[in-house]
Each structure stands twice: as C-alpha cells, then as structure tokens.
Design a protein around this ligand. Structure first.
Ligand SMILES: [Ca+2]
Length: 553
C-alpha cells in the first residue's frame, strides 16, 4: 500500500514538478496596483472633514501572525507566516488550518493572502487532484500562466477531508467520503472568507474556482450544487464521475492483464501503434507537426499492425488480444451499471499522445509489467473497489465481476458525479464557466467533457449556453496538460475579462506549449471552441497560432 500511495502522490507531485519552472514571468502586478490605488483613492473620502481619523491598522506581518489560533468560519488557523516575495511570487501571508468536519473527517486547508497593497481583491479556490488527500496549494494554477502568482490573488486549497491519496481513509467512513465527493469546498470557502475578512477588513470582490482532473470534477460540481458561491469557474479535464471511469478502467484491466497479460501493450508496442497512427493522421489537419488536430477524421486501422496469424511475434506487430485492447481504448463503452443522471456511456480515451513523454498509455493504463498491474487507472480502480464499492480490502480488480453491486455503484455515483446539466442557477446570476479537455487525454476520456457540454446545451439551449459557458478541446494535450499539443491557457484572465468586463471570449485566444525550461513558448495554437479544431492555413510558421484557423469538420 505504501507503494500505491506513493504513486498517487506522484500524480499530484508530477503536476507540481511539471509547473515548477512555469514561473519567471515579470510584471502582472500593474493592474492590481492600479486597482488598489483606485480603491485607496475612493476610500480616502470616507473619513471626511470633521470625522475621527481611522484607527491605525496593524502592520501586515502582525495581522498575519495574529491569525494563529483564530476561528475562521467552521475552521481554525494553526499557523500563519509571512512569505517573502520572490521573482515569481508576492509577499504573502500563508495560512494553514483545519476544519474538524466530523469525528472522522478533518479538512486541512491552506490560504495564501497577498499583502494588502498588491491584493487584487480576488479569491481563487483550487480543486484537488486524484483522490485528493494532499493540500495541493495553488501550484496547479501555474499551469495557466507563468505570472499568475504576481497578479495578487488570494488562494485557498484543501485536502478533501482525507489525508491519504488512496481513498483508504473513506473505508466505512461516510463523512470522509462525502467530504471528498462533494462537501468539502463550501466549508473551506467559509473559512477562507472569514480569514480574508479578518486580515483585510473586507470580503473579496470576486470569487473564482479553478480545478483540473478531479479538481475539474469539483469545479463542475460547484457550478451545479453551489451556484451562488462563485463568479466564475474553470473546469479542466474533468473526471465527471469516478463511477463511470472506474467501470471502464476495470474492463480495460481485464483485457490487458488477464491471461498472463496477453492483451498488455509494452512501451515498444504502444510506440509502434502511436507512430503508425501519427503517420496516418498528423497531416489531416494540414500540418505535419506531431499533433493530430482533426481528431474526428483520424480512423487509423490498428489491424494493419496485426502479427501474422494474430499471435504475438515481437515488438513489430500486435497480437489479437493486444488489438482488442487498442480497440477498447478507441471505442465508446456501455457501462455495465448505469450511473447518476441516467448515464450509460463511457466515451473513448484520447487520440494522439499514446507514446508522449508525459501522460502516455504506459503511465495511464498499461504500466511497466504485464503481470504486476501498476498504472494510474489500475490503482484508482483498485482503491475505488476496495474502499468504496465493496468495502472489502481483499477485493481485486481482476477478480471483480462487472455489473455486480449496481445499487452501490449508483449510490456512489449520485454523490461524486458532476453530470447534472442544469446550470440555470449558475447562469442566472451572471457567473461564467470555462470548460476544457485534452484531445489526447489517456487517463480521463476527453469525451466526458464533450458529453457534459452537450448535455448542458440540450438542457438550456445553445444560445443560453453560449451566454455563460465555453468549451475548448485542445488537440495533442494529455492529462496534466502536457503532450505534443498546446495546453497552456490563461484561463483566469479569460474568465475575469468575461465576468468583470463583460468581454466574452473571442476567437483571438490562444494556447501555448512551453519548452523544457517551462518558460519559453515554443508553439501556439488558436483556442478553438468545440467542435472546431485548429486547421493549418497552408502557409506560415507552423509554430504560430496565426497560421491556423478554427475549422468545422
Ligand atoms: Ca497535425
């Protein structure tokens, strides 16, 4: 189990490592400084002639340390420390505390509060990753833009009410599971609001939510369950319902790891398939650039790689069981047990990043051994079965019968799912939602985002949906969001322009891919609204978004 936990931690840590070099941008504080100056000027007239001068406020450092031991909403603060500014961050009061949510579930949180003069009056709540269990901090947001920590946001993040990332602490512990599933963010938001009031003497002017992966699920969940809490939400690569993706994961594990791993694909075979598919599909978008952008047109037939007679004869071909695994990865799947909101469909995994350096099939699905299963989705499936579906630590993925325990699957789904298409309350208060997915996501099928978007359109109509929601599918982007495509998008800036200035996202927006240094932009692409995709114009630098336009099929 220690090994399993370390792998789950690695999922979170890999994100942090991925973005560790993303900083280094300069500036970005100008707007905040201007805003702060404007607010100071406006406040200057409050205490007019004849009124008593305001009591002097304690210095920021003293107000920060004064938070220690304070009750903040349902929580209390354990530590509060001023962190010096750096090249990529502002001077910040970093607060850590806890909410004893129930006798068996404590939510640990972190709040980062910039010094008054640089606070941009905004609070951003951060979603978790994996099965939570780690206070992730705002690191995930650096994926959005390198200078984001210089803009003056207050951040709040938490561990989901569980302190280990493998779900084991939710075994026979409904309150911990409920916190993880849907209940922890509102509690944490109350604590953050109280902390902000305490240190600044006023509430945040705007509150946003930013999440990806399970944080993307949490992001959609906030829009559905707590529509009054946020002015805007970013939901990236959402695991819309673990009850869906885990059923799919169990089915793939059986194909890959049963019969001594006959259907398992080695890294060499994955590369064989990925390279052949890339050769067949890369140019369909007009540019041979290592990115399959016209995904719906990519219909590479894996049978062209079949070994003679269908039996495995080495790394230059695929056996029939291996072809069956690829077919399963590439096909939609009908769930053995329907899940919440009447959903029975589990869409296919992504296209184009099978052998990418990050987020490839080996990491996400097949692992390094055909007989000792060890991949991301395998472990997520194993833990979900052990600690929730069956509440039996002896349950195994390969020994589990698909279709068993239908009532339990549905019960869990109704708690954890983020598939309710009725966003009318969220839209009705003028809040905005940005949804994005990676077309090469090999862990969380990008079709979950597509299905959810279409369900919202089906519920509210296209015009209403367009008035508050955008959905972008990013070609060549894996889970995380690395890969050969351009996955770095300044989502918070886009959201703020829409929420605060009424400037709806237009077609000039771009996504970037960064070089290995984590700073240098080496490729850009237009950010294309689903269902359009970036098509090469036929001339111009293939690394520049301007050489592409958003095309329909
Ligand atoms: Ca291409």
């Amino acid at each position: 189990m220690t090994r399993n936990r370390s792998i789950a931690l690695a999922l979170s840590c890999s994100l942090a490592a991925l973005v560790a070099g993303c900083g280094g941008g300069s500036g970005g504080g100008g707007d905040a400084a201007a805003l702060a100056a404007a607010i100071a000027a406006a406040n200057a007239g409050v205490n007019g002639p004849g009124s008593a001068p305001p009591a002097p406020r304690a210095a920021f450092k003293e107000r920060c340390s004064g938070l220690v031991g304070k009750a903040v909403g349902p929580g209390s603060i354990a530590t509060a420390e001023v962190m010096a500014a750096s090249a990529t961050t502002l001077q910040t009061c970093q607060v850590r505390g806890a909410i004893v949510s129930s006798p068996t579930s404590t939510i640990n949180f972190r709040i980062d509060l910039p010094e008054d003069s640089v606070w941009n009056q905004r609070l951003v709540q951060i979603g978790g990753g994996g099965y939570d269990g780690v206070v992730v901090g705002p690191d995930l947001v650096m994926l959005a833009n390198g200078d984001v920590y210089k803009r003056g946001y207050a951040w709040v993040s938490a561990d989901g009410g569980v302190q280990v990332p493998d779900l084991s602490s939710t075994l026979n512990n409904p309150s911990a599971f409920d916190n993880f599933a849907f209940a922890y963010h509102p509690q944490v938001l109350k604590a953050a609001g109280a902390a902000i009031q305490s240190i600044y003497g006023k509430p945040a002017a705007r509150t946003y939510f930013y999440g990806m992966s399970t944080g993307g699920r949490e992001a959609l969940l906030q829009a559905q369950r707590y529509p009054q809490s946020y002015d805007g939400i970013v939901a990236g690569e959402p695991v819309v319902d673990y009850s869906n993706v885990i059923q799919r994961g169990i089915a793939l594990a059986k194909l890959a790891f049963s019969n001594n791993g006959a259907g398992w694909l080695s890294p060499a075979k994955i590369k064989l398939f990925g390279d052949a598919q890339m050769a067949a599909c890369d140019g369909l978008d007009g540019a041979v650039d290592g990115v399959i952008s016209h995904v719906s047109a990519c219909r590479f037939d894996v049978r062209t790689l079949r070994c003679p007679g269908g039996a495995d004869s080495g790394d230059s071909c695929l056996s029939d069981p291996q072809i069956a695994s690829v077919d399963f990865m590439r096909s939609d799947f009908t769930l053995p047990v329907p899940v919440a909101n009447g959903i029975t469909r589990a869409p296919a995994w992504g296209v184009g990043g099978e052998a990418a350096a990050a987020g490839n099939w080996t990491i996400a699905q097949f692992g390094a051994s055909p007989t000792a299963p060890a991949s991301q989705l395998y472990f997520f499936s194993d833990w979900w079965l052990k600690y929730q579906v069956t509440s039996n630590v002896n349950t195994t993925v390969l020994g589990y019968t698909p279709g068993a325990d239908p009532a339990r699957w549905l019960e869990l789904s109704e708690k954890v799912n983020a598939t309710n298409p009725d966003l009318s309350a969220f839209a009705g208060r003028g809040a905005k939602l940005l949804l994005w997915a990676g077309a090469s996501d090999n862990l969380v099928p990008p079709g979950y985002a597509t299905d959810y978007y279409q369900s919202v359109v089906g519920k509210l109509g296209q015009e209403t949906t367009d008035s508050f929601m955008r959905f972008y599918m990013l070609p060549g982007v894996v889970h995380g969001p690395g890969g050969p495509g351009a996955g770095i998008v300044d989502n918070l800036a886009i959201l703020e322009n829409w929420v605060e200035k009424g400037k709806a996202p237009d077609d000039s927006l771009t996504a970037a891919r960064l070089a290995a240094d984590g700073k240098t932009v080496e490729m850009t692409r237009p950010l294309c609204r689903y269902p359009t995709w970036p098509k090469y114009r036929g001339t111009g630098d293939k690394n520049l978004a301007a050489s592409f336009s958003c095309a329909y099929d």
